[in-house]
Design a protein around this ligand. Sequence first.
Ligand code: GP9
Ligand code: MN
Length: 857
Amino acid sequence: MNQILSNIKTFFLNKRLGFYFLAVILYVIKTDLTYLTKFSLGVQNSFQQIIMLINPIAAALFLLGIGLFFKGRKSYIVILIIDFLLTTLLFANILYYREFSDFLTIEIISKSSQTASGLGGSISGIFKVSDLLVYTDFVVLLLLLLTKVIKMNPKSIGKRQPFTCLVVATAFFCANLSMAYTDRSGLLTRTFDNNYIVKYLGLNFFTGYNAFRAHETNAVRSKANVSDLTSVTQYLDQHRVPANPEYFGKAKGKNVIIFHLESFQQFLIDFKYKGKVVTPNLNALYHNPNSISFDNFFNQVGEGKTSDAEMMLENSLFGLPSGSAMQLYGGENTFNAAPAILSQHNYTTASLHGGNSSFWNRDSTYKSWGYDMFVSKSFYPQNKDYYHGYGLKDKIFLKDSIPYLEELPQPFYAKLITVSNHYAFDFDKKDLTIGRSDTGDPTVDGYIQTARYLDEAVGEFMNWFHQSGMSKNTLIAFYGDHYGISDNHKPAIRKLLGRKSFGEFDDVQFQRVPLIIYSEGLPGKIDHTYGGEIDFLPTLLGLMGIDNTKTLQFGQDLLSGKSNQIVAQRNGNFVTPKYTKAKGKYYLTKTGEHIGSDEETDTEKEELSNLTNAVTTQLSLSDRVIQRDLLRFYDLPNFKKVDRSKYSYTKKNATKLLAKFANSPTSFKNQRENLGLTDIPYLTDAPELINKNDRPNNMLAATPATNLSPENKTKVVEEFNNWFATQASDNKMGLMVFAPLNLTDESFYQSSFGKIGSNPEYPIHLLENPLITYYSKSGITGLAADVNQDDIDFAKPFTAYLLADDGNVYQADISKQNFPGVYNGITNPENQLVYYTPLPHTSKLFLKYQDLIKNGH
Ligand code: GP9
Ligand code: MN
């Protein structure tokens, strides 16, 4: 044994290269351990796991290898210093990540004083002693040298060996990079998320790459000056369109909810697959008499996809020719974004997203846009089953976002970013309620299923939105961010749409996405104006009655009736009501007829070249605004520039903010009582919430309640209890009535009654004295019982559920005011009636009970 150790020492450790490799190995191991224990890099499969574990190797070989170029003892010392610096970078990132769920960028490091204050000056609160363990290997190496267990070898090793090490390191990096690209193409241009770069290429690479990009963008930024603005303001002043008095200010002072529909395309609206409607809820919204819906509205995103959509929607600035503007400029540039504009009109602003806060650099960009709050993944329940792909499943996300919406002082501007309808459209089976399409293309065929899931989530949200009363003073705008099915799937699209052909022209038309603006009292219509995401903000500001004559926005108010209707695409394509440009070729938009270059008339030639120029000018001026950070030079009248340092999206800060909101007399929550509204439960059929342990197969007997054995009754009640527990909070209670209904008659029923709350003191229980319910065809049910205050705390409103023998579950919101029967010995003569409404038919609970009744035994 001793012999082995001493051999290792002589032939390995006491050699310079041996020491170097030891340092490399230890560094790689500790970095991997740090990845696994301190960061959550979102590894999704074993291939990613391998890439993550090997990614520190190249950087360690390379950077520590620099030490080998030094002579004698210096070489050891330099290796140690480099090791110490790399370790310190790791250590600093551990602390930063704990607070911000993101990695240190060069901008943050260079403004380290600001970062320290961002950390709330409470490094001690973030620091854990175990973090110091990252220095273990450094200390070990140091001690080994100091105690001369490893002897420093003073002999020169020449240049060849160190050079070979660098070559090996580079080879490792190339292998690492190609593995990364196999799994995630576009990684370095599109970036996506700092977590991605670290997951695929390592922390050191991330830091270096980030510094390189920052250097590039800073070089352009620092050369820019105020005179660069002239061409922009000139162009925009020439293209301003007047607001339409018919719509201007129609939603003034209302709350605004922006509903981001992931990958949702316009073709889904009113679409039937094999005779079946795919998105009933969004269809209904689209046709609602209070909705302004656009049918020639296009996505205009580039590589930045969702982030480009957000950039356009909230700034009316285009995404960039390559990469994501939010990633590259979001954290540094000055913006006049929607949240900032509205917050200067007394709005509280929040973005809600059930995914990682760092994705698309939102955590940093939103500060520049002036968002008061950013509610992201860590604010939502962490149950694994609730997540798929990019974040929390939409039904759960929307339900769990309600408490935040209710807390925001009104008026508020809130954005809800859904994620479930995302490529590769391979959602969990248990969430799907319609079948796949059968084009044979695996990524296309799930699309209608996940779109349906999103649609159901929207339906559930809208139910709550209306029933809660929030719809009374809230405008809600739905938009699809970009295509779900790319032009790589043309044959499948053709089959899906039942078309004979689908070419380049059709693909440009296929870029339509919905824009539905719903607000009570709005003179609704289906508007055929051509426009795109860039036009949303001016359109919204018009409806909000906010002056928009001086902003630097590249879009136009689509309701003005005077917009130029040129829809530019990032790849140079465009659409107007008359012409379409697709991959360099021109077509007539109405017919799709190709205009060959030799067939063009002189007028056509001129019109087409003017349009091409208009598109190029628009895009390049917008790029100039972003790349040169020109808004920093622009003084928008009545607008105070956003001070990023005022915003922090840490949980601690959010808690403080929410505590402040809790006292706000204008929050929806605090106004509810004054407005006579009830805190109604949010109804969802999300299977993850209905059944803690998946749906039981052993369906229970559903004979009328009178025939249920006590044992079965308890089982049904238990199941109901499970479901309700997911709906309940301390101030919501449930009531269940078993009623063998004959819906045509008015009759009496004997029923059981239970009450439930999340409070363990209120487990469901069946009362000894049965309740009596009445029901008539008109849907009016009376309820009377010998109940007293001990049984129900009437101060708290609750929801009654009624299981009818038609399999429907009916619900009614019951409060002290409208409780129809007797309580505390006093009858309530004024309000003898309770209105029951059926639960949405998509409800899985409904389906389950229907099964129970059908199988009845
Ligand atoms: C992630 C989500 C997806 O947070 O917004 O972005 P996408 O891939 O659609 O650009
Ligand atoms: Mn998207």
